[in-house]
Design a protein around this ligand. Sequence first.
Ligand code: NAD
Length: 420
Amino acid sequence: MVNLKMKTIDEFQDYQERIDSICGRTEVSQACMAMLKECRRELCVNFPVKMDDGSVRVFTGYRVQHNDTRGPFKGGIRFHPDVNLNEVKTLAALMTLKAAVVNIPYGGAKGAVVCDPKTLSIHELERMTRRYASEMSNLIGPERDIPAPDVGTNPQIMAWIMDTFSMNKGYSVLGVVTGKPIDVGGSLGRFEATGRGCMICTLLAAKHYGIAIPGATVAVQGFGNVGGNLARMLAQKGCKVIAVSDVMGGICNPEGLDIDALLQHSQQTGSVINFKDNNSITNDELLAMECDILAPAALENTIHEDNADTVKARLIIEGANGPITPEADEILNDKGILIVPDILANSGGVVVSYFEWVQGLQSFFWTESQVNQQLELVMSNAFTEVIKLSIEHKITMREAAYILAMKRLDSALRLRGIYP
Ligand code: NAD
């Protein structure tokens, strides 16, 4: 198992301190800063679900709406046994900034249920999801707040949420969630969009940093939706993916892993471990590997002050949200490692979620190549704006991304004003 320092870290306080520090260096209004430091609404629900053995279990769920100055709230739903309100608040706030960095008309939100979905039967998972969707039904909606998948949730779960919401309305509401299966209004390209966005950022950052992509060595932590797709796409571009890991542990091969075969193995066995004749490694060993590109794509705070100094990669692509603590960030910056921050690197998912929402509202669906082309355009524009700001002001890409997002949010707030 992995050694994370997750629960001793107050992520929301770290986020607030980051906002304070960025505001000290840019001209963002006091009103904008005060609003960004708090969440607009926090719903906590404890709801009963009938289990297969006839007993009733009470689950705890959350929906946090951080800010909707630039458009409806938007953010994924996480099913995880360790999730807590502070984590959901932080992830909601990151969504606000992410939508602003890539300049799409959304605010930020996040939801979660404290559970291990792997221990529930498919029927229990469906009943739990539908009841959670009902509990959230006053908050969500295509003009209000649009959930999507995150860790532990998938297109099937989005289909159940869409159906539950639609049953209560009396008609089908495609725009209430994104990340749906294609047959119920999903978008082509959405499933792999976050990995694709990370891949686009990797190529752009590698070019900027002088790393030749064919032959570049890559280590990916987390082999789910984001990490699995990113590893597959980078391998297709000619990178040598030398190590990957998941919650059970990792594997490595200095000659490069066969990612397609590994994806099959992981789907069949539930983990990347025990794959062919490759060497076993721990998650901490993966983070410390000698490689050109490291992509932490699992959970928050996996690179912290106690292991940051061991990182040897030249470039880090934050596939996960918040994988680097502020203390670790400083250590990595001092080491001269270029970090493409989460609010830019993993924004491909929300960008294609936006395309899915637009397609659903218009009942007019795009081809996969249209989706991918538009994604590439949005991601490269955002990347170029962030790197330009970072070079001009001699600041990190994270600082530049925060400044860009906060300026856009500040401008929207000035135009709208404070009600009444
Ligand atoms: P997922 O559930 O599909 O995969 C998560 C992966 O991380 C799995 O391989 C799991 O085994 C591994 N993992 C979990 N805990 C771990 C640990 N402690 N150490 C090492 N590995 C661990 O989730 P996902 O959708 O790929 O999301 C991964 C990260 O990317 C999260 O931070 C999520 O918020 C972020 N993200 C996801 C999306 C999306 O569209 N799915 C979009 C933006 C950001």
